[in-house]
Structure formats: C-alpha cells, structure tokens
Design a protein around this ligand. Structure first.
Ligand code: ADP
Ligand code: MG
Ligand code: MG
Length: 252
C-alpha cells in the first residue's frame, strides 16, 4: 500500500531524512519510534506535502501513485490522512460542515455524487460513537474550545468519516489522559481493516499497549535503522535510543 524508497528530505537546507525506506501493506499497523528530532514528524509532513519540506531524492508510492508528485489536497483525495492535519481551530465552521465538504470532495474526486444528507447524518451518528462524542461535540465549531483530549478524539472522528487508505497518527497520544487514550485507541482498533493501514508515530510505548502494531520501526537520524515485532517497543522503553547509534552508520 505504502512504499517509501530512499527518501531524502530537507527543511531550510538542513537534511533531515537521509534515505528512509518503509513498506506498509494493507491491513497492517506500523509504529515508528525514535528520539526527539530524528525526523518522525518530518516524515509525516513530507508525505502530506507541507510547505517548507523539500524532497531531494526518493519516492513514496500509495497504491502505486507517487504522492510526492501530487498537490497536498490530491494526496488526501488519494486516501492519505495525517492526524493533526486539521488541529486548527476554525471558529464559525462547524465540525460537521467541515466534514461534509471533505467527504464530498473525496467522493467527487472518485467520480461519486455527494452523499445524501440522511446517509451523511447516519454516518456521523455511527462514527461519533466510536470516539464517545455527543452530538453536541460533533456539531461544535471546528476544534473551538475543545480540550486536548477532545481534539485528539476529533481527529479519530474525522478519520472515521473520511475512511482513508492510509492514516498517519503523529503523537496522537501526547498529552492524553488514560481515558482519552483508551477512547482514541479503541477508535483506531475498530477502524482497522484489511483495506487500510496505519502508521502510528509515538514517543512512548504506552499507546502500543492499546494499539498493537504488527511492526515497530526505529527512526534514528533520518533513517529507519531497526525494525522488529511489537516487543521492540518495550526494549526501547527500557534501553532508550543511545544503543542504536551503531546501527546508524551500519544501516543504509
Ligand atoms: P521528531 O518528530 O522525530 O521529533 P522532527 O521531524 O520534528 O523530529 O524534526 C527533525 C529535525 O528537523 C529537527 O532538528 C527539527 O528542528 C527540524 N525541523 C522540523 N521541522 C522544521 C521546520 N518547519 N523548520 C525548521 N526546522 C525543522
Ligand atoms: Mg519531536
Ligand atoms: Mg515529532
């Protein structure tokens, strides 16, 4: 589904990603861990096509389509979702209207007619349950006055409504209390299917007790230097990242 090869990217002429390779198949959940400044968020931002991130080498295919050739909005239309891509507060735009526009934009891209109002509201009702949202929260102005936990739950609500092929969650767990963490993780677990995939970026092993990954990767100094089963997350929690220094020079 996602195939990243030899990805190099820089920010303000500083090389951050230095030949990153990653293969994610449909149905899989991959966790990416790594020290601060390793380039984890840069990876998400590069895939999403944020301004100021320059790709200097490599490719990133989503179901055979090179994302790097597309405008950011077309990447989303091709089925990429980056949680925290809409964390902004937009007073005056209700969450629901925002989602209606986004859902219908994707449908139009696929050559489908807009969703019937009734069908849309049914989907809202169903998906808001996933994140234990009341109708009131779903209808509120986009993220306005949301607590940190509600914003994160709203990201998962958006994800559920947009039904992307590939979702990248960047530190969705940061600042969450245990209840919000459980709600977010439950939401993700219920959205997991054979047709989609998740890349979960996290500092802490804790989230991975709830969202159990198929693979754990360590991003270190701009590259994936180690890949292992879910137990690798526990090892990292215990040993930290310093011991991975040697892999940095050995692994391309
Ligand atoms: P991580 O998410 O792994 O902690 P980041 O990808 O956020 O790491 O950052 C990697 C490096 O790139 C850091 O040195 C950071 O300062 C730099 N960086 C990231 N984004 C920007 C930006 N927009 N402008 C300048 N430097 C940036
Ligand atoms: Mg960081
Ligand atoms: Mg980061």
């Amino acid at each position: 589904m996602l195939s990243i090869k030899n990805l190099h990217a820089s920010v303000e002429d500083k090389q951050i990603l230095k030949g990153l390779n990653l293969e994610v198949k449909a149905g899989e959940v991959h966790a990416i861990m790594g020290p601060n400044g390793a380039g984890k968020s840069t990876l998400g931002n590069v895939l999403a096509g944020r301004d100021s991130y320059e790709v200097t080498e490599g490719s990133a295919l989503l179901d055979g389509v090179d994302l790097l050739d597309l405008a950011p909005e077309d990447r989303a239309r091709e089925g990429l979702f980056l949680a925290f891509q809409y964390p902004v507060e937009i007073p005056g735009v209700s969450n629901i209207n925002f989602l209606k526009t986004a859902v219908n934009d994707i449908r139009e891209y696929k050559g489908l007619p807009p969703m019937e109002a009734k069908e849309f509201l049914q989907a809202v009702k169903e998906k808001q349950k996933l994140v234990e949202f009341s109708a009131n929260l779903a209808n509120r102005s986009l993220n306005e006055g949301f607590s940190g936990g509600e914003k994160k739950r709203n990201e998962i609500f958006q994800l559920a409504m947009l039904n992307p092929k590939l979702a990248i969650l960047d530190e969705t767990d940061s600042g969450l209390d245990i209840d919000a963490l459980r709600i977010v993780a439950n939401g993700v677990n219920q959205l997991r299917s054979q047709d989609n995939a998740f890349v979960v970026i996290t500092h802490y092993q804790r989230l991975l007790d709830y969202i159990v990954p198929d693979f754990v990767h360590v991003l270190y100094n701009g590259r994936i230097v180690k890949t292992g089963p879910k137990e690798l997350a526990l090892e990292l929690e215990e040993k930290g990242y310093d011991w991975l220094k040697e892999y940095d020079t050995q692994t391309a």
